[in-house]
Ligand binder design. Structure first.
Ligand code: ADP
Ligand code: TRP
Length: 321
């Protein structure tokens, strides 16, 4: 059994790309009996969210989304980053060993600067806090998107520096970036991403979802013309929700001709609902009982603090506190 940990920033509503690119994978690992830790990175979100109510609501929404999609709090320790304040303490220890140059090289920081974010210390030190999240739990594997690969390298670097200075305390974690996960296209055919405004959210209302699906950009070929399904966003999205036989049928229809994009979009919408209606119903139920959500998070916090205690105790002693 491996210890698997990942963090999710509560910024923005989760979309189809997040589900097929990340969430589904976590549910699979959980169901395979791995030792799972998932947390809502609300400290990290403060680097870009400047409104308390927004942050609180987004944090709650992410918890509801994950539970609705099949994260089971009996099998996965689900907690809020801020409920484990020890990570801030460990982040300081790591900061004191972290060369400026290591952070200056981070693409995500440079990227944020290029997008006009304020150059704050929080944004700059983001990878140090992320390293603390991971090392405090002694995680073996960290499932993340490709964009986080460099942050995992920073984490390993900092673990190594700490171990060199103070003795072998931290395990060097590996990033887990499943290459098999295809890039999920958005409504304009580019990668689905909240930065591109081309997302279809997992739990937005049914009308809005219909509008977005029916609005997926297509070329101007007429209904009669045969079409190549590969590279077609509707088909590539349909594949995610449909069975192999259904997928083959749609491919055949496209190739034959006499099958329009409108019909394909309707099939895609129906397939989404077949898979997601049970999750939607569960989310609605969960949202009615916020005490339950708070209980889940309180229990998650208790387990997370217990799991972090041994490494933290060793680290404190080692640094001389
Ligand atoms: P966004 O691009 O919308 O900002 P994030 O970067 O927050 O999404 O991604 C969170 C997780 O979802 C990451 O693990 C990422 O790899 C995955 N993910 C996001 N968009 C896609 C996509 N279009 N296809 C596959 N995986 C995705
Ligand atoms: N930086 C990650 C992201 O934006 C979120 C995150 C914070 C995280 N701490 C982490 C992910 C620790 C994995 C492990 O996606």
């Amino acid at each position: 059994m491996r210890r698997i940990l990942t963090g999710i920033q509560p910024s923005g509503k989760l979309h189809w790309g997040n589900y097929f690119g990340a969430i589904r994978n976590m549910v699979t690992l959980q169901n395979a009996g791995e030792e799972m830790f998932m947390f809502i990175a609300n400290f990290h979100a403060m680097t870009t969210v400047r409104d308390g109510e927004t942050l609180r609501r987004a944090t709650r929404d992410v918890v509801l989304d994950y539970l609705a999609c099949g994260i089971d709090p009996e099998r996965t320790v689900l907690y809020r980053q801020s409920d484990l304040p020890e990570v801030q303490e460990l982040a300081w220890y790591l900061s004191c060993l972290c060369p400026m140059g290591l952070l200056e090289r981070c693409h995500s920081y440079k990227d944020k600067m290029a997008h006009g974010f304020d150059a704050t210390h929080g944004l700059f030190a983001y990878p140090v806090l992320m390293a603390a999240d991971i090392l405090i739990m002694n995680a073996d594997l960290v499932p993340v998107g490709k964009d986080q690969k460099q942050h995992l390298e920073v984490t390993r670097d900092l673990a190594q520096k700490f171990n060199n200075a103070y003795g072998e305390i931290f395990k060097l974690p590996d990033a887990y970036i499943p290459e098999t996960v295809a890039t999920i296209p958005g409504t304009d055919g580019q990668k689905m991403s909240k930065s591109y405004h081309n997302t279809i959210e997992l739990f937005e209302d049914a009308k809005a979802i219909k509008k977005k699906v029916m609005g997926i950009v297509t070329d101007s070929r007429t209904m009669e013309e045969p079409k190549d399904p590969e590279g077609n966003a509707i088909y590539n999205l349909y594949k995610l929700f449909a069975t192999e036989a259904e997928t083959a049928e749609m491919a055949g229809n496209f190739r034959k001709g006499g099958y329009g994009y409108g019909s394909a979009k309707k099939e895609l919408l129906a397939a989404y609902h077949r898979m997601f209606d049970p999750f939607r119903a569960k989310r609605e139920e969960l949202a009615k009982d916020m005490d339950y959500i708070e209980d889940v998070l309180a229990e998650g916090a208790r387990k997370a603090r217990a799991a972090a205690a041994p490494a933290m105790e060793q680290a404190r002693k080692a640094v001389g506190l």
